[in-house]
Design a protein around this ligand. Structure first.
Ligand SMILES: *Cc1c(COP(=O)(O)O)cnc(C)c1O
Length: 342
């Protein structure tokens, strides 16, 4: 099976498992796990922040940031297709009681003008805008990249209105590799930022959220309250450190493979895709007619798994466990299915 369902499908490599076996561990929630502490210090520096905390998931990173930075009722500005809107089980409302003010953006991105139009000042009828959230890279937006300038302007807009800015960096390292800009540059001006290790970086579990010392102290309170404080978590942190050492530069291979896949798909009858819009490792495409689900089922029968994200829309994701030969085999399978439906 060539599994293009998601970059969360990566399995720890033998060398990563060895690093996990050899990890020094301690009681994480007592601050005594040397592997966790080393990872947090490293990611804080990577993101140019004072402090950082190790978490079981990226969802928890987003939700802790919203919880710490907002009060119930506050407005949070984000793009309509963002992960916090669609894939976090309603947590912004359930856990923090915030109002999501969504923007219909361009592939998951939005402009300063669009955000300014939604800013509300605190007053009799509104607690006002408290937070602006950006995803770098965008997920449902198709792995699109924000320019550094746009991110900077949005953080400045937030601060000019006594609000905060949060960077969902689930795939920030993909942006770093694709644009040759450091993670700290991207995270500059954001009050909170995080990276995920269980996506293209290939670790089994883990995300690290960074911010000011005070922010992280508050985040620790809710991490404990929500049951996310751990014990000998160094075994997981070791996998994340291994990923930073060994799996960052190779993200370029995933991007090249995604572009190769997109170019292959663009040749097929009934498949709509513009390969020039594939900036990183996420490949979204549409069917001219016919439903996505039977198409995905037929592909699976040919040994290729993709995800269905709309009635006619599908997503294929390249990652550590997908080689260039797999891409060529996948394109051949796609061709078979596309021609059968033609
Ligand atoms: C995957 C993802 C998350 C959540 O990360 P998990 O580690 O799966 O909880 C958040 N935001 C974006 C943009 C993502 O792609």
């Amino acid at each position: 099976m060539i599994d293009l369902y998601s970059d969360t499908k990566t399995r720890p490599t033998p060398a990563m498992r060895k690093a996990m076996m050899d990890a020094e561990v301690g009681d994480e929630q007592m601050g005594e796990d040397p592997s966790v502490n080393a990872l947090c210090a490293r990611v804080a520096e990577l993101l140019g922040k004072e402090s950082a905390v190790f978490l079981p998931s990226g969802c928890m990173a987003n939700e802790l940031a919203i919880k710490v930075l907002c009060r119930p009722g506050d407005d949070v500005i984000c793009e309509r297709s963002s992960h916090i809107v669609h894939y976090e089980a309603g947590a912004p409302a359930a856990l923090s009681g915030v109002t999501l003010m969504t923007i219909d953006g361009d592939r998951g991105r939005f402009s300063v003008g669009q955000a300014s139009a939604l800013i509300r000042k605190p007053g009799f009828a509104s607690p006002g805008t408290r937070l602006i959230c950006c995803e770098q890279t965008t997920n449902i937006g198709g792995g699109a990249l924000w320019s550094l300038e746009d991110l900077r302007e949005l953080t400045e807009l937030a601060h000019a209105h006594a609000a905060y800015a949060h960077l969902d960096g689930a795939r920030l390292m993909n942006a770093v590799v694709a644009q040759g800009i450091s993670a700290a540059e991207f995270a500059y001006g954001f009050d909170s930022a995080w990276i995920d290790f269980s996506k293209g970086l290939g670790a089994p579990v883990g995300a690290v959220l960074a911010g000011s010392g005070e922010f992280i102290e508050r985040a620790w309170f809710y991490k404990k309250q929500w049951g996310g404080a751990m014990r000998q978590a160094g075994i997981l942190a070791a996998a994340c450190s291994y990923a930073l050492d060994n799996h960052v530069d190779r993200l370029a291979d995933d991007h090249a493979n995604a572009r190769r896949l997109a170019e292959g798909l663009a040749e097929l009858p009934g498949v709509l895709i513009d390969p020039s819009l594939v900036d990183t490792n996420l490949v979204f495409f549409e069917l001219e007619d016919g439903d996505a689900q039977p198409f995905a089922d037929a592909l699976q029968a040919e040994g290729v798994r993709v995800s269905v994200v709309g009635r006619r829309r599908l997503r294929a994701v390249t990652h550590l466990d997908v080689s260039v030969d797999d891409i060529d085999a996948a394109v051949a399978a796609f061709e078979k299915v596309a021609l059968a439906g033609d």
